[in-house]
Design a protein around this ligand. Sequence first.
Ligand code: SAM
Length: 282
Amino acid sequence: MSDPSRAPGVLHVVATPIGNLGDLSPRAQAVLRSVDAICAEDTRHTRQLLGHFGIERPLIALHEHNEDGLAARLVERLQAGESLALVSDAGTPLVSDPGFRLVRAAREAGLRVSPVPGPSALIAALSVAGLPSDRFVFEGFLPAKAGARRERLRTLASEPRTVLFYESSHRIEEMLADAVQTFGGARPAVVARELTKLFETVLDGPLEALAARVAGEADQRKGEFVVLIEGAGDDVDARLAEGRRVYALLSREIKPSLAAKLAADITGAPRKSLYGQGTPDT
Ligand code: SAM
């Protein structure tokens, strides 16, 4: 029953370890201990984590298949004064994990959503990769199908910022082979595996050497991965190549002068270097 005298509760978004239990912060423990219920991606997994810290709270399963339907009911519970925590199996919720719909619904209802920051594999990998980290792009998981995956990689080939991907053991070998084809074998990259766990490994080198190492050594294909690829930088040649690629695509559909203007706006390549280039068959 909702008590109108009770202030609305808070939704705490709590990061949990990506491998090392010691990474559950004291504040995360205190918040998890204090809430009325904990929304968890996999309740069995979270029960184990909580058990390790002697925390016993009711758990609510919230995953990609039920989040849409459940968000409204959870918002009602928050409005009625209950406080809730949201956790995922590992790392920070919403980062390639469920929670976006619940957080959006809570914010739209004017409720307080408060972070308890902590581990995330992408930031952990970036912090040790030794690649430019002032600007970076997180692409999450690439599409599982080879064609869609290659197409996504192609759109990133001239990206000037460091690009980060999540990858699984099933696809790491294929993903690196595709990356060599798209970014070129010489592009500096890092494969960060099993961070904070027993077999933590951070390999760096040109993409081609990394792909060969992972293909040739079964152990390097085990576990969880973050792949980081250095950006093309503000390389004039890369910008020009991308400008020509975009111009070629656009000029199939619209008149060349407009195609050149748009391609220049999109890629930063000089318009004059594109217009009148003909239509390269990319
Ligand atoms: N929300 C999580 C976070 O903040 O990092 C990510 C969840 S996503 C479903 C799981 C993916 O994150 C894995 O497939 C892997 O790509 C990456 N990952 C998680 N833990 C990792 C670890 N210890 N080392 C390397 N990558 C990891």
